[in-house]
Design a protein around this ligand. Structure first.
Ligand code: FES
Length: 117
């Protein structure tokens, strides 16, 4: 199971501003690279979710996949599914979860939570 950054305690997280909410419209997504973290952020019905942009099956470009069943992203390489809310692998061939990151909006700024340095 991959580490879920959303499970970190408040003091262990450092929130980093990544852009304005207007940059991620409903149904949209953005790709981020922060330190060693490659992240895709989704806006699904006005809620933001951030997961690793890397499939745990064979390193496929997960963030380029289609969203299905509202909260599942389908890997474009071999079709594994992950829950964008938790990073949980929910369909083979992936069996290992991927990281999920906490997201918050302060004013109009989107922030992603990463382990504090
Ligand atoms: S690389 Fe994603 S399902 Fe194989």
């Amino acid at each position: 199971m991959a580490f879920n950054y959303a499970d970190l305690d408040a003091g262990e997280i450092e929130f980093i501003a990544v852009g304005g909410v207007e940059e991620i419209p409903n149904g949209g997504r953005i790709f981020l690279s922060i330190d060693e973290h490659n992240i895709v952020v989704f806006n699904i019905a006005g809620k933001l979710f951030a997961i690793a942009d890397l499939c745990s099956h064979d390193d496929g470009p997960l963030g380029e996949g289609e969203l299905e069943d509202e909260y599942e992203i389908s890997c474009p390489r071999h079709g594994a599914h992950f829950d964008v809310r938790t990073g949980k692998a929910v369909k083979l061939p992936a069996v290992v979860d991927i990281p999920a990151y906490p997201v918050r909006v302060i004013g109009t700024t989107v922030e992603i939570g990463l382990p504090a340095k």
